[in-house]
Design a binder for this molecule. Structure first.
Ligand code: PXP
Length: 252
């Protein structure tokens, strides 16, 4: 019997359009234009990470994304007072709290929700009360999931970076970790997302994890856009995800 596959949303991270813009210090390419194109091509939401050093997305981009884009905005921030104030002011649909180190090239590893409880709890409470859907970016670790649940976050995003970096048996093991973590998240009542490093050749196995409801993808798609255009790149990613979800339906 073929049953309906659970839907899997696609969030497009537009940070790296801003990275290219900032390399020249002028106004192009415009990340908000990329968000418009992503919306036309099958994206369900737009993700933007306002880093403390503003190396890509700027404060003005967040304002424009809020004003000009109809899709839900997922604002990624570090757990600091400055970022909390910005998120409270803009009230994005979702706020994903990520660990942030100035010297890193990209977000390395997930949040330590257990060790960071005292800092994170008041931030999550205020964002929840302000109406944003809070998500914590964590490694696929059951203890971190339990901590996310007990601290009051309704959503987690599993870090897929390691799965995308390793190969062979290590990659198989990492996929099992992701699948177990996603199943555990659903069991304890957390909405489960995933992202980081995903590309056409890695997305399908992740999209086949039935407990995931959203993937956030950026760097690979912005790179592909140079060769095939952003609309084609987003559509092709969507196709890979849909194909994977159709396989889940066939298995049921
Ligand atoms: N999800 C989170 C929480 C991230 O920090 C990032 C990178 O900014 C992504 C998803 C997207 O990762 P990538 O750009 O490698 O696709």
């Amino acid at each position: 019997m073929i049953t309906e596959a659970p839907p899997l949303r696609l969030g497009i991270n537009i940070d790296h359009v801003a990275t290219i813009r900032n390399a020249r210090g002028i106004h192009t390419p415009d990340p908000v234009r990329a968000a418009h194109l992503a919306a036309k091509s099958g994206a369900d939401s737009i993700t933007a990470h306002l880093r403390e050093d503003r190396r890509h997305i700027a404060d003005e981009d967040i304002q424009r994304l809020t004003n000009e884009i109809d899709l839900p905005l997922n604002l990624e921030i570090a757990a600091t007072d400055e970022m909390l104030a910005i998120a409270l002011r803009h009230k994005p649909h979702a706020v994903c709290i990520v660990p942030e180190k100035r010297e890193e090239l990209t977000t390395e590893g997930g949040l330590d929700v257990i060790g960071g409880h005292n800092n994170l709890k008041p931030i999550i409470d205020q964002l929840n009360a302000n109406g944003s859907r809070v998500s914590l970016f964590i490694d696929p670790d059951l203890a971190q999931l339990d901590a996310a649940r007990s601290i009051g976050a309704p959503v987690v995003e599993l870090h897929t970076g390691r799965y995308c970096e390793v190969t062979g048996e290590e990659q198989d093991a990492e996929l099992v970790r992701l699948a177990l973590a996603a199943a555990h998240a659903e069991k304890i009542g957390l909405e489960c997302h995933a992202g980081h490093g995903l590309a056409y050749d890695t997305v399908e196995a992740v999209a086949e994890i039935p407990n995931l409801v959203e993937l956030n993808i950026g760097h690979f798609l912005i790179g592909e856009a140079i060769f095939v255009g952003l609309e084609n790149a987003v559509r092709r990613m969507r196709d890979h995800m849909d194909r994977a979800r159709a396989r889940i339906a066939l298995q049921n």
